[in-house]
Write a protein that binds this ligand. Structure first.
Ligand code: SF4
Length: 320
């Protein structure tokens, strides 16, 4: 059953020189218990999608059109108080990049989670919230007693586990993990990703995993959406996209990823750089970097169409 249905989400940032078209016409859906990876180069709009889903954009950011349908609600239309009551933490929760930045170093971890629970759920006593923190800590593989410590007393991996506990405190159905393991060494990274996978199964949690690391997405997600210059250019089942990438940008991204099993070879890179989103190209935004660019690519922006079962791509090559 579809849990989240995002339709033509378009988010701009206003700056002195105009509007940065950070996210344009992004559409995808997510089912309960499904994990979707959102990948692409830095600045392609991944984090803006996440911030838009919770409507926590910076003051110069605005959703200019589109729908974010969650159960019977359109998140775009909700007021601040409705978002606090119904969406943030309770329906959709977010783990930020760099767990240390998300925790206040002045307060004990337990107090921070207790405060978050009581802020979002009226009528929960301090004792009930503390009991819940203990259970959450157990669930993420931490000794409940450790909750009484300060963030600086936690190792990087423990802090990320505590952040996950905090994000799950109000029992959300969707967890957004924005580069959840970037600052961790590979062993701790693997443990955190395993934990997220276990929680997904145990709680039937839907996860949006934002990462530039395709290996993380291939290991943890059911579905993969590739973003380029504010748009989704390809989306489909992880295996289908990895086995048969259809968009030239996806092909370039996958080719740029080293494999320890492949013979030693020079790493390939996608030439050029992404367009300036203040004034993006009229047609396909990837055209200036694409080896297959045709006349139509410079004039018309390709729409996302189903090229294979559950595999959508926005490219005129596939539309022909
Ligand atoms: Fe390349 Fe054209 Fe496809 Fe864009 S639409 S990726 S320019 S072939």
């Amino acid at each position: 059953m579809t849990l989240l249905n995002v339709q033509n989400l378009t988010t701009y940032y206003q700056i002195r020189r105009g509007f940065v078209r950070a996210v344009e016409d992004v559409s995808f859906s997510l089912e309960r218990g499904e994990a979707m990876g959102l990948a692409g180069e830095s600045g392609c709009g991944k984090t803006t999608v996440a911030l838009s889903l919770l409507k926590i954009l910076p003051p110069n950011g605005k959703i200019v059109r589109g729908k974010i349908l969650l159960n019977d609600l359109d998140v775009v239309k909700l007021s601040e108080s409705e978002l606090r009551e119904k969406i943030r933490w309770k329906a959709i929760s977010l783990i930020f990049q760099g767990a240390m930045n998300a925790m206040n170093p002045m307060y004990k971890v337990e107090d921070q989670i207790v405060e978050a629970i009581r802020l979002h759920e009226k009528g929960v006593t301090k004792k009930e919230a503390k009991d819940r923190v203990a259970k959450l800590f157990e669930m993420v593989g931490l000794e409940p007693e450790r909750a009484k410590g300060y963030p600086h007393e936690f190792s990087g991996g423990m802090r990320q586990r505590a952040m996950i506990a905090m994000a799950l405190a109000c029992n959300p159905s969707i967890l957004i993990a924005d580069e959840p393991s970037t600052a961790l060494d590979v062993i701790v990274q693997a443990q955190v990703l395993k934990l997220l996978d276990e929680l997904k199964r145990k709680l039937n949690l839907a996860i949006i995993m934002i990462s530039h690391d395709l290996s993380i997405i291939s290991e943890t997600c059911d579905k993969l959406a590739i973003m380029y210059a504010g748009r989704i250019v390809e989306v489909g089942d992880v295996l289908s996209v990895f086995k048969k990438p259809l968009h030239p940008y996806t092909q370039g991204l996958i080719a740029a990823f080293p494999s320890i099993y492949a013979p030693k070879q020079e790493m390939s890179a996608i030439p050029g750089s992404p367009p300036n989103l203040l004034n993006p190209p009229k047609g396909c935004r990837f055209a200036p970097r694409c080896n297959y660019s045709m006349d139509i690519c410079l004039k018309e922006s390709p729409s996302l169409i189903e090229a294979d079962k559950n595999h959508f791509v926005a490219c005129h090559l596939v539309h022909k």
